[in-house]
Design a protein around this ligand. Structure first.
Ligand code: BGC
Length: 269
């Protein structure tokens, strides 16, 4: 296990850190020295386990319940984090979900749920993080930036995705929310960037990789011929959170094995 001190003494709030990519990011940031606020909405047992495991390997973490689409709960989570760790330096807007249906069959509830969690949730958490960065002020010995925000998006912020219109619309929204926040907040030395994962082995897409046939068919969409793992995202998140990426602002890193490279044209089209 790789360890560093790149995020030493910094506090990172990671939403949806009880499973999947969020959990992988929580471990990665902890291994770079950050104290991690492990947010969850359902799955308290898993969230507590993440905290225990981080502590077992010498890190520091706490659980924080909040539905990211609920304004009061988000505010309470940031209050709790600041009370415990003094401030917040890094926010990873990771919590997200899918409610798949064709457009003809999609209910308004399915549409709203995905937009509320995946997009409005990122706004609410970003707002509280920015307010805390501004309240705390610069601490140059910890980081050149006043604060760092990472918006977890998806390759589906540019690849249209039939039967997932709510999800693709939410991620397309995340892309421009991130860029707008980056533009607006850069003069305050707050960096905002995105990560767009491709197919990563997590509970959200088990059907796409858990059988041999499914995995073979998925690999046709991945030029690099491997399904991603959460560690791939953890590494990108650590880099974007640290001063190693201090001049990087408003960009999205596609961590997707080339999924966005139109693999169906690989033989000349
Ligand atoms: C989705 C996964 C999907 C991947 C690649 C992600 O954003 O959540 O279900 O496997 O994109 O299509």
């Amino acid at each position: 296990m790789e360890k560093s001190e790149k995020l030493k003494d910094q506090c990172a709030v990671v939403t949806g850190a009880n499973s999947g990519i969020g959990k992988g990011v929580a471990f990665a940031l902890s291994r770079a020295g950050a104290k991690v606020v492990v947010n969850y909405v359902v799955g308290e047992t898993e969230a507590s386990k993440v905290v225990q495991e981080i502590k077992a390997e010498g890190g520091e973490a706490m659980i924080a319940h909040a539905d990211v689409s609920n304004e009061q709960q988000v505010q309470a989570m940031f209050t709790k984090a600041v009370k415990e760790y003094g401030t917040v330096d890094i926010l990873v807007n990771n919590a997200g979900l899918q409610r798949d249906a064709t457009i003809a069959e999609m209910t308004l509830e399915q549409w709203n749920k995905v937009i509320e969690v995946n997009l409005t949730g990122q706004f609410l958490c970003t707002r509280e993080a920015v307010r805390e960065f501004q309240r705390r002020g610069p601490v140059p010995e910890r980081s050149s930036a006043l604060g760092k925000i990472i918006c977890m998006s998806s390759v589906h912020d540019i690849i249209p995705w039939a039967t997932h219109a709510n999800y693709a619309a939410s991620k397309g929204g995340v892309l421009l929310f991130m860029k707008t926040a980056a533009q607006e907040l850069a003069p305050q030395k707050i960096r905002v960037n995105g990560i767009s994962p491709g197919a990563i082995k997590t509970p959200i897409n088990t059907d796409a990789w858990s059988t041999k046939e499914a995995e073979e068919s998925l690999l046709k969409l991945i030029p690099y011929k491997r399904v991603g793992v959460v560690e791939d995202i953890g590494k990108a998140a650590t880099w974007l959170s640290s001063d190693d990426s201090d001049y990087v602002n408003g960009i999205t890193i596609y961590v997707d094995g080339g999924m966005t490279c139109y693999p169906e044209f690989a033989d000349g089209g």
